[in-house]
Design a protein around this ligand. Structure first.
Ligand code: ADP
Ligand code: MG
Length: 230
């Protein structure tokens, strides 16, 4: 579960500061997708960065599975992020020289001592996730051999390798046509259900919102509307 309590985030802007997120509270439960919408510059990415513990807010609490991330030191925050949070950015940031399957196991290889058993577990999980995102037959391909939609699927699979309880996804369909975009949203809804993640999904595709469990709308960093669709 993720709970944001009264989050405010400002950035320096010349002599003053710009308020990117203004007193936002929101809760997402396991197995649900919360859609986040709003015009460009309304604070969607800033809010996700706070939720993902990548940026510390000026004030407010970020509770990830009841751990207050805003009270952790940087090392603890990194551990929390690694073990509890999956992050998918707008642009796929895959490593060009690695195959789809390797993108999912490389973090494990870079970790501390890796036993043979851990390595086998990582490989099994990678294959399960490639299956889950519909890329069973594409595990040996590198990013340039995959379509934009397939690359985004690898990104999503990679975000799920550590079995996170919270999944944050920023405009995953912005570089895709409508049909491919819809199938990515479909995939996110299904994986959220199957893997029981608390998912926050920024999207400008209004057509997909009715499929989500809740939707919040941001304007100038403030929540203007919150409603559950189910
Ligand atoms: P959205 O994702 O909804 O387009 P953002 O969260 O990217 O909105 O931006 C919200 C506001 O915060 C904007 O006014 C933007 O200019 C400002 N902002 C975002 N990131 C930074 C930053 N790193 N430094 C300064 N201002 C920023
Ligand atoms: Mg954004």
């Amino acid at each position: 579960m993720i709970r944001l309590n009264d989050i405010t985030l400002t950035f320096p802007d010349g002599d003053t500061r710009v308020t990117a997120v203004d007193n936002v509270s929101l809760t997402a439960h396991p197995g649900t997708v919360t859609g986040i919408t709003g015009p460009s510059g309304s604070g969607k990415s800033s809010l996700l960065a706070v939720a993902a513990t990548l940026i510390r807010p000026d004030s407010g609490q970020v509770l990830i599975d009841d751990i207050d991330a805003t009270r952790l030191n940087p090392r603890e925050a990194t551990e929390l992020r690694r073990d509890h949070i999956g992050i998918v950015f707008q642009q796929s940031n895959l490593i060009p020289s690695l195959t789809a399957r390797e993108q999912l196991t490389v973090m494990n290889e870079l970790g501390a001592r890796h036993s043979r058993r851990k390595r086998a577990e990582a490989a099994t999980r990678a294959d399960m996730l490639l299956d889950a995102v519909g890329l069973t037959d594409h595990g040996d391909k590198r990013p340039h051999q995959l379509s934009g939609g397939q690359r985004q699927r690898v990104n999503i699979a990679r975000a799920l390798t550590n079995d996170p309880s919270v999944l944050v996804i920023d405009e995953p369909t912005s570089a895709l046509d409508q049909e491919r975009g819809a199938s990515i949203i479909e995939l996110i809804l299904r994986l959220t259900d199957e893997l029981n993640t608390s998912t926050l999904l920024v999207t400008h595709d209004l057509i997909n919102l009715p499929r989500m469990h809740g939707v919040v709308h941001l304007v100038d960093g403030r929540l203007v509307d919150t409603f559950a669709t189910t």
